[in-house]
Design a binder for this molecule. Structure first.
Ligand SMILES: Nc1ncnc2c1ncn2[C@@H]1O[C@H](COP(=O)(O)OP(=O)(O)OP(=O)(O)O)[C@@H](O)[C@H]1O
Length: 700
């Protein structure tokens, strides 16, 4: 770590003194309002008092009752007031400080937080970043800038005297950033001035030792981070101003803040939508479990814990159960990869539409639609049409696979066929159902990929029968199929209030048909579009490698402002066993030095992840994560490329960067690019045998 500065500059000392005094004033004001409103008394005490008074009232003589009832009323009122007065959390009452000097008037202080709070007596003013017009000055200007903004009809102009980001942890100020001045409180309670990249050990952007893993970011006692809400840039903040009625498409390269913008927009719209008493139904839908878990964590500080976050599969299942009025739907335990691919492919959409021949007289119940869909999925002419329309994306064997799989699903389950037989005769010796792990297990099931198709068919008859949503966030929207988008469009209601966040370069399934088609499917004619241009997550060497891997598909302009970082570590070995032992040692060493670091070992497939995990499974803090059940705790997650969309880790290791695991194809390029761009500090690429040709040729 950087050494503490010998002595703080005068400016630094003044800033610290000012910010500490301000925080003391805010905490004092919150405390005194609490006391005035009865919050000084513990809620538990009040509840206990209420019970005692009730007991007393039940046995009291009549003449004492009026006084007891009076006390009961007072105690109840104090409790109710406690629930209605919303005060900032004294642990973190605000995250930024703004001082504006309007010409020829005294400067005005504003604190940006999540809860509005003003106390005239102490002159404290905490404004809510979402609604306060003054927040526009904070996000749009730098310290020292002249500002000019209309608030309603009134023009306000002046100078931004102070614009500071602060970190307050458990009511204690631990960090301040004021322009280029960056101050941090040490564990001993002393303040020190540090460089902008102070979290990196061994100097800005350099590894602790040449060629080793670790830049010091996960050392013990890692200081609290500035809240991302305080750091939103002006481009991101402007995107949040798009009204609830207008759909918003947020585009940008990996790590440019698309998820951040989408979730902050949700936080901002909560107020607008509530004000118009629309059903407060918001939803976040994402392709993978890992990102669903991360989104839930990111929503908590935005006070959106109650917003439902669902994976595409979970959303399709719940929607199908509601739309078809059934409690459960039997899903197939397994399916051929090509069949799943065909069912999500955009080429299926027009063919299905053309071949439907729906009779409006038929009731679109689950059984009928399933039968109709199965007819289409076992019709080789129909499937050949889809494969031809995919222009080489879907290979011919997709037809056979789909017909065979659908036929098995249409079969009568054994239990039904042998109805009346003794249940034990339908079990294997080890107590399992006869059909388990046999093709018969598919009988009477549908694939999870069928659900959007069935809902799409149902919607063609009229209504889906589900409640409209007030707003939906579709993150990693490049991975939504046209059928999923069409069904989602049905759920959006007339205003089509939604935020789509995506990056066509991160498409990991073949379901993407382009943004115009995606918007059309959602029933959106004119979406506001923002393209975020700054890269926040990845350092420059990681971005350069990610662009190299994309090759001809890489966008022309690289993202702006990528920060410097350690070079990507390429390590090649003759044998896989040698490569993995090398990684094992490096991980052991890293975890000893940086126990708070988050590390991902991202393999090309679940099988490869399982195999690598065997080499490290005796190490503490190493987890195998294949179903997206990330804990976001420090340590090592051994996982595969399909599980990590939207996530980020301090350190990323690709353990099998071989030509076999990552062959040359557009799909592989995009997947490898997604894996690479999960690294926020350092990336290691490990190979053995023949290195993937998607990577730069090794230097001689
Ligand atoms: N204005 C900002 N200042 C500092 N950090 C930011 C800013 N905006 C976003 N970040 C951080 O950058 C990282 C990437 O953000 P986010 O996950 O929103 O990007 P993304 O574009 O959705 O990435 P991906 O395409 O990989 O899903 C996060 O750690 C986020 O907190």
């Amino acid at each position: 770590m950087n050494e503490p500065q010998e002595a703080l500059s005068e400016q630094a000392r003044a800033v610290i003194a000012e910010e500490e005094a301000l925080l003391a004033r805010v905490l004092g004001a919150i405390q005194s309002v609490r006391q005035r409103s009865g919050r000084g008394q513990d809620r538990g005490d009040l509840l206990e008092r209420l019970t005692t008074l009730r007991d007393e009232a039940s046995t009291a003589v009549e003449s004492d009752l009026p006084a007891l009832f009076q006390q009961l009323d007072n105690t109840r009122a104090l409790l109710e007031r406690d629930e209605t007065v919303h005060l900032p959390d004294p642990h973190t009452p605000y995250f930024a400080h703004l001082r504006l000097k309007r010409y020829e008037s005294t400067p005005q202080e504003y604190l940006l937080g999540r809860t509005t709070f003003t106390d005239a007596a102490s002159g404290v003013r905490v404004i809510d970043w979402r609604y306060a017009p003054i927040a526009r000055v904070f996000y749009g200007y730098e310290e020292g800038d002249d500002y000019e903004e209309y608030f309603g009809d009134r023009l306000s102009e002046g100078i931004v005297e102070a614009r500071r980001l602060v970190v307050i942890e458990r009511g204690v100020l631990t960090r301040i950033r004021a322009g280029s001045l960056h101050l941090e409180r040490t564990a001993a309670g002393e303040w020190r001035e540090v460089g902008a990249t102070s979290t990196l050990s061994g100097g800005a952007g350099t590894a602790v030792r040449a060629g080793s893993l670790g830049v010091g970011t996960g050392e013990e006692g890692r200081a609290g981070r500035f809240d991302v809400t305080a750091q939103l840039d002006s481009e991101q903040f402007e995107a949040l101003q798009v009204g609830a009625d207008q759909p918003l498409l947020v585009l940008g390269s990996a790590g440019s803040g698309k998820t951040t913008v989408a979730l902050h927009r949700l936080a901002k719209l909560t107020f607008d939508l509530r004000a118009r008493s629309l059903p407060s139904k918001m939803k976040v839908v994402v392709p993978e479990e890992g990102l669903a878990r991360l989104s839930k964590r990111l929503l908590a500080p935005l006070e959106l814990r109650n917003v439902s976050v669902e994976t595409l599969d979970a959303w399709a299942y719940a929607t199908a159960c509601t739309a078809f009025g059934v409690k459960s739907i039997a899903l197939s335990p397994d399916k051929p990869a090509l069949t799943a691919r065909l069912k999500r492919h955009p080429a299926l959409r027009p063919v299905l539409e053309k071949r439907l021949h729906l009779s409006k007289k038929t009731e679109p119940n689950f059984k009928r639609l399933r039968k109709r869909l199965a007819e289409l999925l076992t019709d080789r002419t129909v499937l050949a049409e889809v494969v031809a329309a995919s222009k080489g994306d879907l290979p011919l064997p997709a037809i056979d696979d789909t017909v065979r799989h659908t036929m098995l699903q249409l079969a009568t389950p054994l239990a039904q066929e042998f109805e009346g037989y003794h249940p034990e005769s339908l079990q294997t010796v080890d107590g399992l159902a006869l059909e388990e792990s046999t093709p018969d297990a598919l009988a009477n099931t549908v694939d999870v990929e069928d659900l959007p198709l069935l809902l799409f068919l149902k919607a063609r008859y009229g209504h889906l029968g589900t409640e409209p949503l007030a707003h939906a966030v579709l993150d990693e929207a490049e991975d939504f199929s046209l059928f999923e988008l069409s069904v989602m469009g049905q759920q959006l209601g007339k205003t089509r209030s939604c935020t789509l966040a995506g990056d066509e370069m991160q498409q990991t399934t073949t379901s993407f048909a382009g943004w115009p088609a995606a918007l059309a499917e959602l029933g959106i004619k004119d979406a506001a579009t923002v393209r975020l241009s700054v890269s926040y997550r990845c350092p420059r060497p990681v971005i350069e490698l990610a662009r190299h891997v994309l090759g001809p598909m890489a966008p022309e302009a690289p993202p702006k402002n990528a920060r410097e970082g350690v070079p990507v570590g390429f390590h090649h070995f003759p044998e896989e066993a040698q490569a993995w032992l090398f990684v094992r040692d490096a991980l052991k060493d890293l975890l000893e030095r940086e126990p708070r670091a988050s590390v991902a070992v991202i393999a090309s497939s679940p099988e490869a992840a399982r195999a690598f995990h065997k080499v490290v499974d005796d190490m503490p803090a190493v987890r195998l994560v294949l179903e997206g059940d990330f804990s976001f705790e420090p340590g090592v997650d051994v996982t595969d490329v399909e599980s990590i969309k939207g996530l980020e880790f301090d350190y990323v290791i690709l353990p099998d960067a071989t030509a076999r695991a990552w062959p040359q194809s557009d799909e592989t390029r995009r997947k490898l690019h997604v894996a690479i761009t999960r690294a926020s500090h350092q990336l290691w690429v490990i190979s053995s045998g023949v290195r993937s040709r998607l990577l730069p040729a090794p230097q001689a």
